[in-house]
Design a protein around this ligand. Structure first.
Ligand SMILES: NC(=O)c1ccc[n+]([C@@H]2O[C@H](COP(=O)([O-])OP(=O)(O)OC[C@H]3O[C@@H](n4cnc5c(N)ncnc54)[C@H](OP(=O)(O)O)[C@@H]3O)[C@@H](O)[C@H]2O)c1
Length: 274
């Protein structure tokens, strides 16, 4: 198959490499992309195209891996360009956003959700897929480091699974950062860490890791938390946890791309007067 990858970000490039390692050709769209994306795509040996229409004309299938907030716009641009092959959206979007993209693309749409870090190690990363063509899309990755798993259900099921998973992982990271910021603001960090060492072992390390691990990607996590909050609201469950998590990550957006920011850097931004 000739696949188009929109776009080769940190996760996306490994999804493209998994398709290439499964015997498919992978091309990407240069227009509008940063130096970092260009470097990743070039290093991976993907074919490059200058315009969306050229890219779509030479592709049988599309894999969309981009910031969740951009997923709908990317799908709309592909529909506007007249593409009618299989379209896999693998972004962290709410199931109702997935269903809107399904309505836009019809049954050639495959809903996906990725769990795990960029797929550079066997067994680390799973791509859940749902919808009538889920098996076709799973075959795009049959030979690479990414494990593609089809699940029961219409388009929206894979996204719902991803929302439930990230609601816990990224939601609890935001909660720990909020608690560390509150303890700092109230001057009780030392006794809180002492108490955690007695009764909640691991939380001190986990909160420090949450700072260094999530802050560089917080700009993107804010949108993902909003998708999760909307998923809770649509199920008539409280959306406040993840609206709060979105606010925590929004306060860290200027740490985008900063390598290993310290816990102190993160707490300073969370506690900055607004
Ligand atoms: N990274 C992970 O560990 C991980 C884990 C699970 C799921 N995911 C999911 O994978 C998706 C992307 O993750 P990633 O790690 O590849 O992100 P990333 O490294 O931030 O890359 C995003 C890619 O999308 C492009 N992009 C930026 N703004 C865009 C816009 N407005 N419209 C279209 N494309 C845009 C970027 O191009 P520029 O370089 O030009 O900005 C880049 O090529 C997300 O839905 C995320 O939830 C990621």
């Amino acid at each position: 198959m000739k696949l188009a990858l929109l776009h080769p970000g940190q996760m996306g490039v490994t999804i493209g490499i998994a398709a290439k390692d499964s015997g498919h050709s992978v091309s990407w769209l240069r227009a509008g992309r940063s130096h970092e994306t260009t470097e990743r795509a070039t290093a991976a040996g993907f074919g490059s195209c200058g315009t969306l229409s050229d890219l779509l004309a030479r592709s049988d299938g599309i894999v969309c891996v981009c910031p969740p907030a951009a997923a709908m716009t990317v799908a709309q641009s592909v529909v506007a360009a007249g593409f009618d092959g299989i379209y896999l959206d693998a972004n962290a979007i709410a199931p109702h956003t997935a269903r809107q993209i399904h309505a836009l693309l019809g049954d050639c749409y495959v809903d996906g959700g990725i769990v795990g870090p960029p797929a550079v190690r066997e067994g680390s990363t799973r791509l859940y897929l749902s919808g009538p063509h889920a098996i076709t899309a799973a075959n795009w990755f049959a030979g690479g480091l990414l494990e593609a798993i089809t699940i029961e259900g219409a388009p929206g099921a894979a996204s719902a699974l991803k929302m439930c998973y990230a609601a816990y992982t990224k939601g609890t990271s935001a909660l720990l950062l909020a608690i560390r910021a509150l303890a700092e603001s109230e001057g009780v960090t030392a006794p809180l860490l002492d108490e955690w060492a007695i009764s909640q072992q691991g939380l001190a390390d986990r909160s420090a890791q949450a700072a260094t691990g999530t802050a560089p990607k917080a700009w993107r996590f804010a949108g993902e938390m909003e998708e999760i909050a909307a998923t809770f609201a649509a199920a008539d469950l409280p959306d406040g946890f993840h609206e709060g998590a979105a606010d925590i990550y929004r306060r860290l957006t200027d740490l985008k791309g900063v390598r290993s920011p310290s816990l102190a850097d993160v707490l300073e931004r969370l506690n900055a007067k607004r």
